[in-house]
Design a binder for this molecule. Sequence first.
Ligand code: WT7
Length: 711
Amino acid sequence: RVSAFAPNPPNRNVQVKSKHVLSTRLFATVEKDEAAVDAPDHMPELRDIAPTIDPKSSNTAFLRYMSDHAFSVANNAKYWNERAQSLLSWEHYPFTSENCEGVVTGGFEYGDVAWFSGAKLNVCYNAIDRHVQNGKADQVAMIWEGDEPGQVLKFTYSDMLRRVSEIANALKSQGVKKGDVVTIYMPMIPQLPMTILACARIGAVHSVVFAGFSSEALSARISASKSKFVVTTDNGVRGGKTIPLKKIVDDAIERNDCKDIVKNVMVFERERSIASDAVTADPSAMNWISDRDVNMNDLLPKQRPYCTPETMDAEDELFILYTSGSTGQPKGLVHTTGGYSLYAAHTIQTTFDLQPNDVFACVADCGWITGHTYVVYAPLLSGSTTVLFESTPLYPDAGRYWDMVERHKISLFYTAPTAIRSLVRFGDDIPKKYDLSSLRILGSVGEPINPAAWQWYYETVGQERCTVVDTYWQTETGGHIVTNIPGVTPMKPGSCTLPLYGIDLVVLDPMTGEAIEGNDVEGVLAIRSPWPGIARTCLGDHARYLSTYLRPYPGYYFTGDAVYRDKDGFYFITGRVDDVLNVSGHRIGTAEVESALVKHPSVAQAAVVGRPHPIKGEAIIAYATPTESNTEDEEELVKELRLLVRSEIGPFASPDVICVTPSLPMTRSGKIMRRVLRKISAGEADQLGDVSTLADPGVVDVLIELMEKQA
Ligand code: WT7
């Protein structure tokens, strides 16, 4: 247990000494002149202030971690074979403790990795039924905290079994079968995780689309996955604002080829779903399309509240989740049944030391991987209590998280640095008003945590009593891959520290692709051998999966992140090496924003870059050149472009600055030099570096002037 070890104190003298700039931030598949990408300057500062760790003087648990980690990597199949048997209930498990041959097959050459194939299980059974059968029927499985403080619903494991079964049977009644893709576009009401689990129960593949995405983005995802079924709600409510989700679904189905694809839209009424005394909404207000739309609140009372779980192979698809990459097209990553669920349970129990009586609150939205793994699957597979949070950290005020911690006696709390930074501004007095003594471990995810935010989280929220775990992972990895372990790994503010068990982490020379040995080195982060939680393919495009993750550095899974391994061997993520931005913990491809901008008839060309932002991590800066025939007023054009990005992607991708410029910095071969735009955007035009390859160097002064006007 954690309490056996005092959390390692952080460095008290957190001070920024100097700025490191990562010199070799190169991406193997990027052309030379575009490749010299500078690391965001606010990130490498972290490593300068890190305390030194002497492993020999560290606790015995840390020494054991090092030998256990080495063992788990050297005996990959044996290690996961043991974990699979102890963490999950299998209907059929063909491997034995003595013989783990075939536990993992395939590899990174063809991307044909398979774990436990031939073994059978149902993830929903593992997340619910087995707990009901093992004396936990009356334990609270899920606490729902609605948008208004104190608007609470609690569901025991047996409630979950009934509710999920009803939804599963309702889905079946509409023709959903094993292997069908069900798109879920819902707010954070209890029926969202229940629908996810209902899909898992009947073997349907869920594709959750974050309810902040626009109708066009939703439409593209429905179309790409050929999803015949969509589950939504009439409305979503967040921070007191109502969002018409059904209307967005209706618009989405009008777009692309979705009209021919979608056969059935299942609609929950939000009010009726959360309040038993709510009155039925007027169907005409919901633009009911009678041969397509089905009211779930009318359908559920007709269903038998038990549904037999479908037997699934470990390698059957569990879900698809879209994420941003280097091109305009979002990638549908595919996760599978056995490996993903094992990895979810394994990581939460390791990183958060999750115990059955813990109240675990991951405040992410289920529309992202963090919500999939750490709101839904991991805590329930572990038989603990999960919190589902519908609102925002600032609604109705900056005490919302801490009010929740006090009321629900939350022991493990998990959020993103951007949320912490937005709360630091309101001062220490707010958390101090609440009883936070139930807290045991605090998690951070999504981007490197900066020293000030780390210190506030550790001291003011955790009262120097709780371990802060900095969890590094990705949509593609299924769960944490690099993080400190409470009571085991020493904390180093700003460092995600060391790889979890079974993760064979390497730093590669970005140019040669060779693994770099030793400490105090930098390069790109990669993994040498498969782990159970790795995404298996990109839906309908395995070639893209290979070219993004497995071909850039043959023999390795490539994360897309640059990394520094310090003198103690601890890892510091220094930023992405592809054109993916991290805005408030949301991953946004610059290419996606660019392709939205060029859809405007008056825009000839667009370029999007990130620049450091004190709260959001990165801000989106867009440059657009108007077409020759453009007659539009500039201010009007900027307004329209902002709306266009909102409607093509979603409000969260709306640029902070849109700069209309007569031209962009281009190389003679016709490539946009984003490096130049990044520097100009950040107000660092004095550090432009070599611009001799620019076709028209004069463009630089024009852009500097335009940027200054914006400031
Ligand atoms: C990218 C993955 C999976 C969690 C939510 C984001 C960045 C994530 C950390 C961390 C430094 C981090 C990386 C990564 N990232 N966690 N603890 N420290 N960077 O998932 O949308 O798939 O984004 O987020 O750049 O590649 P995602």
